[in-house]
Design a protein around this ligand. Sequence first.
Ligand code: ZN
Length: 274
Amino acid sequence: MPMTPSLFGGIVAGGTNFVCAVGTGPGDIQAEVLFPTTTPGETIGRAIDFLAPFRAKLVAVGISSFGPVDLNPASLTYGYITSTPKPGWANTDLAGAVGRALDLPVGFDTDVNGAALGEHRWGAARGLDTFLYLTIGTGIGGGGMVGGKLMHGLVHPEMGHIRLPHDPGGQGPHADPFEGVCPFHGDCLEGLATGPALEAWWGQRGEALPADHPAWPLEAHYLALGLVNLICTLSPQRIILGGGVMEERHLFPLIRAEVQELLNGYVQAPEILD
Ligand code: ZN
């Protein structure tokens, strides 16, 4: 008797690692593998090789990917990683390669929308219809839902690249001569507040900086500026912060306090005022 497919394959395509899994949810991971992101051919091949033995049991494969990616189903390059600066990965057909190799339907979205979808179904965004998920790590990316639908639009949001007030020459409390590391914008949010930005400016990795280091109030300041802009633009019911930099748990109270200070009582919601 043929087996009824009941499992899903998942691929989180990160710029550093790929994580692949088979199961039906976080409480039911039946197989999982992590391997470094090398060349597109080798890396996508490893993902396909991992999923192939489960082929008969799989309903579909979901892929969330680093980007930028093409999410327009009418586009000839739908499912591609497009203009990434990551060497060798520009114009890589990811969703198509997996779908063709396994002959399965593929869901494809940004890494942050994938995380947002997971938070909505199983995590910190359950029951919400308008929320954001931001990762602050090697890069900064944001995704989420508005009115219960994952945000796409023209391409997809690029919340890491919003522009902030930056005081490179001043004497104020947030004076910061660092010019930023974003290859496109210099001192956008990503240019100022990622892990590589911290390392480039302070000469050591974030996890090596003590909690009372001046890097952290400045980091919280930039993140709070970014969040305030997003709060005013999208009115999220919650913002979930993830990524390697947010392993520094002491950042959370700094960010919360500064968001309240910057909004200055204007947005009247207990989620912010409390
Ligand atoms: Zn930028």
